[in-house]
Design a protein around this ligand. Structure first.
Ligand code: SAH
Ligand code: SF4
Length: 367
């Protein structure tokens, strides 16, 4: 079996080279070839000794997940579907904007956390993605977008990465952190810590570990201002309720006083979108430096929810803004190709007892 070099973070790659009697700077050279120049052919890594190239060819490979499809939306959003084997496929979305290009990356085939309004959750869960499958999405998208070309250096095609695709990144902690280290490494993608965002539904112990190991920007999927409603919308709340989640948010920011948490809040008509909910949110989050990102609910087949009407979302945002909280409403992008938030479904061979067809009846969710 050959080793896939995309499975190593920078330190792991040095360790693997050391185990082969090679110096750390050789690992860094190969890291640069793979992640800065998008090279997968050892023969093209011309500053390596021929003997090392031969050794690498015999023992290793650079194998990203295969692109199964690549669709372009009318608004420029581009959705890739990657084959990750055994009938599973995950999705990655590129969102171009005037001043940036954001890649939304998946971390699991499916998701075990089963949030009531999420298409990925309704598909069930198969497995964690490998490091090569997480960083491989960036590798493949960058290649497809021309981001590895020598003249692409000044103007990055992918300037921001958000781990907001399929899966809960903090439930696949080790592999997620290894991929983050590659994103931040100057010999690889060289993205600054603030341009890489992990989105979590609130896995409290893993938030503390992330702060210690790789404190990138953090988005927290809040979606409800009280435990009673959040228990139903985001079931992991039953394990880590809001007081604990808010305390973890404060701890996350302790070492970075200029940072803030982005609270994501999906707008569900008649469920979590009243003036009272907005005011409750202000009380809940008053001790956490934060911004709010309201996400109009994106429907998917069989979902029991409706999107809040635009005037309701504006009114909700106004209450937060008047209290001094920076609040944005996410534009719905790529919905013509099912690439909008929460619509990512890929293909998941569910291994849990949950079935894709079982949806929570709306009566169970209403407050
Ligand atoms: N598991 C992580 C990251 C992936 S989900 C998390 O939950 O944060 C990325 C974001 O999309 C989350 O805020 C999630 O709550 C939101 N989302 C899920 N389903 C959605 C839907 N149908 N419409 C709009 N947003 C949705
Ligand atoms: Fe998983 Fe996030 Fe979807 Fe919840 S919203 S089911 S945590 S992917």
């Amino acid at each position: 079996m050959t080793v896939n070099l995309l499975d190593f973070d920078p330190q792991g790659l040095e360790a693997w080279f050391a185990s082969r009697g090679e110096k750390p700077f050789r690992a860094r050279q190969v890291l640069r070839w793979m992640h800065r120049f998008g090279q997968s052919d050892f023969d093209a890594m011309t500053d390596l000794a021929k003997s090392l190239r031969e050794k690498l060819k015999a023992e290793a490979e650079v194998r990203p997940p295969a692109v199964r499809s690549d669709k372009l939306s009318d608004d420029g959003t581009r959705k890739f579907l990657f084959d990750v084997g055994n009938g599973n496929a995950v999705e990655t979305v590129f969102i171009p904007e005037d001043d940036r290009g954001t890649l939304c990356v998946s971390t699991q085939a499916g998701c075990a956390l089963d949030c009531a309004f999420c298409s990925t959750g309704k598909q069930g869960f198969n497995r964690n993605l490998e490091v090569s499958e997480i960083i491989g999405q960036l590798w493949q998208a960058n290649r497809a977008l021309g981001g590895f070309a020598p003249d692409a250096k000044d103007e990055r095609k992918i300037s921001n990465v958000v781990l907001m695709g399929m899966g809960e990144p903090l439930a696949n902690f080790e592999h997620t952190v290894a991929a983050l280290r590659l994103m931040l490494d100057d010999n690889a993608y060289g993205l600054s810590r603030r341009r890489v965002t992990v989105s979590t539904s609130g896995v409290v112990p893993a938030m503390d570990r992330l702060r210690e190991e790789c404190p990138v920007a953090l988005a927290v999927s809040l979606h409800a201002p009280n435990d009673e409603l959040r228990d139903r919308l985001v079931p992991i709340n039953q394990k880590y309720p809001l007081v604990e989640l808010m305390a973890a948010c404060r701890r996350y920011l302790e070492k970075a006083p200029r940072d803030f948490i982005t609270f994501e809040y999906v707008m569900l008509d008649g469920i979590n979108d009243s003036d009272q909910h907005a005011r409750q949110l202000l009380d809940l989050t008053c001790k956490v430096p934060c911004k709010f990102n309201l996400i109009p609910f994106n429907p998917f087949p069989g979902s029991p929810f409706r999107r809040s009407p635009a005037p309701r979302i504006r009114r909700f945002a106004d209450i937060l803004i008047q209290a001094g909280i920076v609040t944005t409403t996410r534009k719905t992008r790529g919905d013509d190709i099912d690439a909008a938030c929460g619509q990512l479904a890929g293909q998941v061979k569910d291994k849990t007892r949950r079935t894709a067809g079982r949806l929570i009846p709306i009566a169970e969710v209403r407050p």
